[in-house]
Design a protein around this ligand. Structure first.
Ligand code: THU
Length: 131
């Protein structure tokens, strides 16, 4: 049986979370146009607003590797509620995504939901507005 390719890298990213203030760990993995996966985790800070979301860290890793197009975004957290990207991360995803870029939401055990970016951030402000 084919295992979901995001599960293991998401678990690894989740396990690296630095979240001593919220105790809410998040792992994110993005797939770029090349097919390569880039991981990130949430990095909190004693100066609370300086914390970084897992998705932002994964996007930074992708851009640093020389890629600028997001095909899929996967997010994992524990708990009952679906952990979908915060508003700021939806905007960061939109910068590098296409409208049909999918956002996959996981618990540590399984995929729980899939949305398109257009569903999560309709009528978004994008780089095109500045052209
Ligand atoms: N967090 C993420 O990293 N990604 C999300 O999609 C939602 C929230 C982090 C930020 C903070 O470190 C912790 O989860 C609690 O908000």
């Amino acid at each position: 049986m084919n295992q979901d390719p995001y599960l293991e890298p998401l678990r690894a990213a989740l396990s690296r979370a630095y979240a001593p203030y919220s105790n809410f760990s998040v792992g994110a993995v993005v797939r770029a146009q090349s097919g390569e996966l880039y991981s990130g985790t949430n990095l909190e800070n004693a100066a609370y607003p300086e914390g970084l979301c897992a998705e932002a860290c994964a996007i930074a890793a992708m851009v640093m590797a020389g890629e600028q197009r997001l095909i899929e975004v996967a997010v994992m957290a524990r708990g009952e509620a679906l952990c979908s990207p915060c508003g700021g991360c939806r905007q960061k995803i939109a910068e590098f995504a296409l409208p049909d870029t999918s956002i996959r939401l996981y618990s540590p055990d399984a995929l729980r939901a899939v949305f398109s970016l257009a569903e999560l951030l309709p009528y978004s402000f994008t780089p095109e507005h500045l052209n």
